[in-house]
Write a protein that binds this ligand. Structure first.
Ligand SMILES: Cc1cc2nc3c(=O)[nH]c(=O)nc-3n(C[C@H](O)[C@H](O)[C@H](O)COP(=O)(O)OP(=O)(O)OC[C@H]3O[C@@H](n4cnc5c(N)ncnc54)[C@H](O)[C@@H]3O)c2cc1C
Length: 198
């Protein structure tokens, strides 16, 4: 299979590339799902848009009012972030149970969300925490609540010219949260069921 790889150096460039996308251009973050889809010929892109240089979407910051997570943070980043304790522990715990170390080092929050797998581990805590996703395109930004983002397995409200830029969670320092995952084995397991409570 032949396809181009485009490597924008910032989010404006990436959105400009995707401006008239009819589906032939596919954004790639960590590539952990995309590679599998390419191997299975489930997708046949004309171009992959590599988001790995969009450093502005790789930060996690906790202000008084809001926790803001860049969409391109990896599961390893989420697991190790000192500010993801107490109220946000469910998200950190979920990220820590995704795949194995290789997957956690490459796989991103945006990729986990946009894959819209019913077994995705970060989705449950984000819904429980009332997270809001920012979707951006050259036309601007819109916000979608995590529980309104998914329309079915593998399907979301994101349009082809849009990217997920960040996730926001209203800070609630007094809250506590937990995550449980049940799979067929203790490690490298796809969730059969998972639960997050705040
Ligand atoms: C061996 C293995 C084990 C796994 N185990 C688990 C597990 O235990 N739990 C779990 O939840 N998942 C698991 N996964 C699935 C996967 O690794 C995760 O969902 C990961 O978070 C995907 O992120 P990524 O950055 O690699 O996505 P990619 O493969 O880069 O992209 C996935 C999708 O997201 C889109 N996308 C990427 N970035 C953006 C963006 N910024 N805006 C809009 N769309 C975007 C892509 O176009 C694509 O449609 C596993 C995968 C493998 C191969």
């Amino acid at each position: 299979m032949r396809f181009k790889t485009l490597t924008p150096s910032n989010s404006s460039e990436a959105l400009e590339i995707l401006k008239n996308n009819q589906g032939a251009m596919i954004p790639v973050a960590g590539g952990t799902n995309i590679l599998v889809d390419l191997h299975r010929a489930k997708i046949k892109p004309e171009a992959l848009v590599d988001l790995s240089r969009l450093n502005e979407w790789k930060e996690i910051s906790l202000h008084q009012e809001v926790l803001e997570i860049g969409s391109l943070v990896t599961h390893a980043d989420l697991t190790n972030a000192p500010c993801l304790k107490g109220p946000y522990a469910a998200l950190s715990a979920a990220a820590g149970m995704v795949g194995g170390p290789q997957i956690r080092n490459r796989g991103t929050l945006a990729g986990n969300l946009q894959s819209a797998s019913p077994a995705a581990d970060t989705v449950t805590p984000l819904m429980a925490l009332g997270a809001v996703l920012s979707l951006v395109s050259v036309k601007g930004e819109r916000e979608v609540e995590a529980d309104e983002f998914f329309t079915g397995p593998g399907k979301t409200v994101k349009q082809r010219d849009e990217l997920i830029s960040k996730v926001r969670i209203k800070a609630n320092p007094a809250a506590r949260s937990v995550f449980y995952k049940i799979g067929k084995r203790n490690a490298m397991a796809i969730s059969l069921i998972n639960l997050a409570a705040v």
